[in-house]
Design a protein around this ligand. Structure first.
Ligand SMILES: Nc1nc2c(ncn2[C@@H]2O[C@H](COP(=O)(O)OP(=O)(O)OP(=O)(O)O)[C@@H](O)[C@H]2O)c(=O)[nH]1
Length: 777
């Protein structure tokens, strides 16, 4: 984040269309198309159109040969650089891209290349040895955490990349927890072993302490920092040394041979000890292996064949009992090929993961749309992962989330800068679809509405519930990712009213790509409001509207998304009596509100009905009442911020038989506002977890600044030569913090900011805020 802005890409040339030739694949046509959205740099790809033949075998590989993996880490740990090396060694690209030169394959958005950070996850498909790897490079910046979680949803395994000089950093913890939630087996890659302060031991210890996991050391580095030149495979006791060749030091060539005692007696002993420890660790976690070790090989672990140990490591990794640890330096081209081998060897194939929902679908199609891209010529391109059944072009599919049937016109496999049109997509695989107009990121796609209902019924039976209605379907199926409420918002205006429609279109396209972006209308001013996860998030959206949609918009000042809650219980009544045409709408209602006590902030009110109401209330009216209550909570009575943590009881409701549901909602909504006002409103502000990594020299300046921001320091840790300050600070005090911290620390410090909770403003702060909002100060 505080890294100096990196160089602009040299070229903004559009990739020329490579080919649209037709080639035969078992009587089926395969077309190779160019990627039109990767329009910011000319790359040198290995697969030329003539190579289409070589792609035939990869179209639908056997499921056991597929690895859907993600690369995740703290910002700047080296995910994109590692991915770029993987693509190079696999033959996907012929020249190595560099994040600092802005010409990597996966960071293809202009903003990513300019800033040197990953914003959108990128999905690339390549082959390593006999395996198909679908790899997703995820963003490290905390504003894009949701993008990471969305991707984790479709991954079978992940590589967590660490900066070996920093160990576990703040964002690593967040993504690690997300991977725990989705039960994703992982491998750790200690990158940047060439850096001055790189320490294998320190990084491993930090994984043990902070991630509370059991690291399995599968490699030991040969040398550290400047002297880092290779590694030893602890399982096979082979040393792998990268030696620059005369013409190019691209890491393609390395020497792999057994490590002998005469090569380096100390290292030999270290490896011997590490292997014994590894065997003991794995035996502790895997009974089958323990039996083997205690039986045949108890006298001499040296005789234990490497493949037996590898199979056992695979089992414990898949069971998430431990995590293999590897090391290297992606930038210096060391350690990436063994990492690729480890991905194929230790991470699961799609059929080795267990998904509860699969039993409900049997062999029917069940797929997840996990990413949307907008292509100017072909409209939305939706990335789909198939879990069961198969997908074919020119077929109708049913989107459960949107309750609509859509048509897939084509299926494309993204391979380098080409897209290969494919005849079908089998379980476990990932591809791009053309033709889906409604589907958005996170939607569940099945073959038809009937198949969704059948799956829901099977699920209902399995869970011992009553037959479910079709409206219950979505709650049963592939759960999307929980989208946190945005903490920042601002108004956005087009240059003229004539451009409003274009802006609305651009925003709806961007929202389909990114569900963490929220757009709403200010009911008082009619202005469009943009809500995002952080300053960077909003900045990037603004920039994309300009560059990708050609609209120069004006953003209002960035504002904090406060919340409102109530201090006491209160009751209110309301009467609505309105005649529209010849119909009289008449409702009376009485509501009670109470503060809800609980750990988790909830913006959705808990709604109950008094006995007397529930006895006479027609079922269909319940929806209208609940809409009225929920809508009223979107805008609190004091400042118009969402109301959280309240319980509502509908004490009474009477109505004239002709009264429309809309009028019932309106009456309930108005009554709730009255009750909230009577209950006394407390404004809550977002409180953030802040983690600053700063050198000893600049620590006091950073702390002094923090004190002026109402920050409370919780802990100061040591991380190698740096200090890590862990603090809680109100978001309102953090506007423009990156600029201030940069100048205070000469650009050497970094920080991450993440929502912790909402805390009450004291009465002084609350009235000052009220005055500011009313324009009185
Ligand atoms: N010394 C050293 N630097 C590296 C290594 N790998 C990456 N870097 C540098 O670290 C910086 C960040 O690298 P990226 O690959 O963009 O890291 P990232 O994790 O993808 O970053 P985000 O996408 O922004 O989260 C760049 O300046 C890289 O050149 C490495 O092995 N050694």
């Amino acid at each position: 984040m505080l890294r100096t802005v990196r160089k602009l890409p040299m070229s903004t040339l559009k990739l020329t269309s490579l080919c649209s030739e037709h080639a035969c694949f078992r009587k089926t046509k395969i077309r190779v198309l160019s990627l039109t959205w990767q329009n910011t740099g000319q790359r040198n790809y290995s697969y030329s159109p003539e190579d289409v033949k070589s792609l035939r075998s990869v179209i639908n590989p056997h499921i056991s040969r597929i690895r859907n993996i993600g690369i995740m880490a703290h910002i700047d740990a080296g995910k994109t650089t590692t991915t770029e090396r993987m693509l190079y060694y696999s033959g996907y690209i012929r020249t190595l891209g560099d994040v600092d030169d802005g010409d990597t394959v996966t960071d293809f958005m202009v903003q990513e290349r300019e800033r040197g950070i990953t914003i959108q996850s990128a999905a690339v498909t390549f082959d390593w040895k006999d395996y198909r790897i679908n790899l997703i490079d995820t963003p490290g910046h905390v504003d894009f955490t949701l993008e990471v979680e969305r991707c984790l949803r479709v991954l079978d395994g992940a590589v967590a990349v660490f900066d070996a000089s920093a160990g576990v950093e703040a964002q690593t913890l967040t993504v690690w927890r997300q991977a725990d939630k989705h039960q994703i087996p992982r491998i750790c890659f200690l990158n940047k072993m060439d850096k001055n302060r790189a320490s294998f031991t320190y990084a491993v210890e930090s994984i043990k302490q902070k991630l509370k996991t059991k690291p399995l050391l599968l490699q030991l580095p040969i040398g550290e920092a400047k002297t880092f030149r290779g590694l030893v495979d602890v399982v096979t006791k082979e040393q792998i040394i990268w030696k620059p060749t005369s013409d190019m030091d691209d890491g393609k060539h390395f020497e792999q041979k057994p490590l002998l005692e005469t090569d380096d007696p100390n290292l030999f002993q270290e490896v011997q000890d590490a292997r014994n420890t590894l065997i003991e660790q794995v035996a502790d976690l895997d009974d089958e292996f323990a039996e083997l070790v205690l039986g045949e090989y108890s006298e001499n672990f040296d005789l234990l064949p490497a493949d037996k140990l590898q199979s056992a490591i695979r089992r414990v990794t898949l069971a998430q009992k431990a995590v293999p640890v590897l090391c290297g330096s992606a930038l210096k081209n060391k350690g990436v090929q063994p990492l690729l081998d480890a991905i194929t060897m230790y991470l699961p194939a799609p059929n080795e993961r267990s998904y509860e929902f699969l039993q409900w679908y049997k062999d029917d199609l069940c797929a997840l749309a996990f990413k949307v891209l907008h292509d100017k010529c072909r409209g939305p391109l939706v990335f789909i992962r198939v879990y069961s059944g198969s997908l074919k072009p020119q077929s109708a599919v049913y989107n459960i989330n949107k309750s609509c049937t859509e048509r897939i016109s084509r299926l494309l496999l993204p391979f380098a800068d080409q897209q290969i049109e494919i005849p079908s997509l089998m379980p476990g695989n990932i591809a791009l679809t053309v033709g889906l107009k409604q589907s958005a990121t996170g939607d569940t796609i099945v073959s038809s509405k009937a198949s969704a209902v059948a799956a829901a019924q099977r699920a209902g039976r399995d869970t011992g519930r009553e037959r479910r209605s079709s409206s219950d379907v979505e709650s049963l199926l592939l759960a999307g990712v929980e989208i946190p409420e945005p903490v920042f918002f601002c108004t956005i205006e087009p240059p003229s009213m004539a451009k409003q429609q274009d802006l609305d279109n651009a925003l709806s396209c961007l929202q389909r790509e990114d569900p963490s972006l929220k757009v709403k209308l200010d009911p008082d001013t009619g202005q469009t409001i943009l809500c995002g996860m952080g300053e960077l998030h909003i900045e990037i959206i603004h920039d994309r509207i300009k560059r990708e949609y050609g609209i120069e918009t004006y953003l209002g000042p960035l504002q904090i998304a406060y919340r409102e809650t109530i201090l006491n219980a209160a009751q209110a009544t309301d009467v609505l009596d309105k005649t529209v045409g010849d119909k009289r709408h008449f409702v009376t209602t009485e509501l009670e509100v109470r503060p809800r006590l609980g750990d988790k902030a909830m913006t959705k009110p808990a709604i109950e009905y008094a006995e007397s109401v529930i006895e006479v209330l027609p079922k269909e009216l319940q929806g209208a009442i609940e809409n009225g209550i929920t809508n009223s909570c979107i805008q609190g009575p004091l400042l118009g911020f969402p109301v959280q943590d309240i319980d509502v009881t509908v004490q009474s409701l009477t109505m004239h038989p002709d009264t429309s549901h809309t009028m019932v909602s309106a009456c309930v909504s108005r009554c709730l506002q009255k009750a909230l006002k009577k209950a006394g409103i407390q404004v809550l502000e977002p409180l953030m977890n802040l983690e600053i990594t700063v050198s000893e020299d600049h620590l006091s300046a950073a702390l002094a600044d923090l004190a002026q921001r109402r920050g409370s320091v919780q802990e100061i840790q040591s991380r190698q030569d740096n200090r890590v300050v862990v603090a809680a600070v109100p978001l309102a005090e953090m506007m423009g913090y990156s600029t201030v911290l940069r100048s205070l620390t000469s650009g050497s410090a970094t920080f991450t900011l993440e929502l912790a909770s909402y805390q009450a403003l004291n009465s002084q702060e609350q009235s000052a805020l009220l005055q500011r909002k009313m324009g009185l100060v």
